[in-house]
Write a protein that binds this ligand. Structure first.
Ligand code: ZN
Length: 249
């Protein structure tokens, strides 16, 4: 499997960039365009990157697109409720069967992520452009490959604990904010055959996805999230009528 390119779909709500001049100035073609271009530039022939947005038919996530997606990145904010339940459920099912999911920033409240977590995924927030330092607490992890011991973002929206998520399988980044809050900013989970990496940075009014080290994390995460095994997923249940060995003889 490793010789084939990782097929990535970069999903974006793509509303703020069309309605807010400040956001449009940072992302004229949409956040998805910047993220997709960064992945293509950094990963080259290791990836095939497509994009999908909320207002496309089926939100750009037809069965065909989902089936051929190895890693789905997700940015949504103001219109989580407009994502159709059946599509969110299909994303969840596809993760269980092996697709990687990368919810970014306000994607913490997206339907696919909350379905997969089973908790509220709520948090504290404050939008005044304070400084954030993300501390790399897993320097041996593939997602932090090539990073120093921290990422420094001069201006961000604050997200603070409590972040109501299940205990992450691996915690990669812990954020400190100028205003005193802390946050689990990089969290790995395994669900079924699939992996999930929640990554906090990405508030739309700051040029977060143009940041070199943020892009590096996204590229590393795509590699880590790509399916590694072709073994079947039996999570739908199997009625094993034929025992492996004689019973009761
Ligand atoms: Zn935000």
């Amino acid at each position: 499997m490793s010789d084939k390119p990782i097929r990535v779909t970069v999903w974006n709500e793509f509303r703020h960039e069309r309605s807010n001049a400040a956001v449009k100035a940072i992302y004229p073609e949409g956040m998805h365009a910047v993220v997709a271009e960064a992945l293509r530039r950094r990963l080259g022939s290791a990836v095939e990157v497509g994009t999908a947005t909320l207002d496309e038919p089926d939100h750009g996530l037809t069965d065909e697109v989902l089936e051929r997606t190895d890693v789905l990145t997700w940015w949504g904010h103001g219109a989580h409720h407009e994502v159709r339940d059946e599509i969110a459920e299909k994303v969840r099912g596809r993760v269980l069967r092996g697709m990687g999911l990368l919810p970014m920033h306000s994607g913490h409240l997206s339907k696919p992520f909350t379905l997969l977590m089973g908790t509220t995924c709520m948090l504290k927030w404050r939008d005044c452009g304070e400084r954030e330092i993300l501390w790399n607490v897993r320097p041996g992890h593939p997602i932090t490959d090539g990073l120093s011991d921290h990422l420094d973002l001069p201006q961000t929206e604050m997200y603070g604990e409590l972040f109501d998520i299940p205990e992450p399988d691996e915690l990669i980044f812990i954020s400190w904010f100028e205003g005193g809050n802390v946050f689990r900013s990089g969290c790995c989970f395994h669900r079924g055959k699939g992996a999930i990496f929640y990554f906090r940075p990405g508030h739309e009014t700051f040029p977060i996805y143009h940041h070199d080290q943020v892009q590096r994390v996204l590229a590393n995460a795509v590699r880590w999230l790509a399916p590694k095994s072709s073994s079947p997923y039996a999570g739908d249940g199997v009625n094993v009528t034929e025992p492996m060995a004689p019973i009761g003889s």
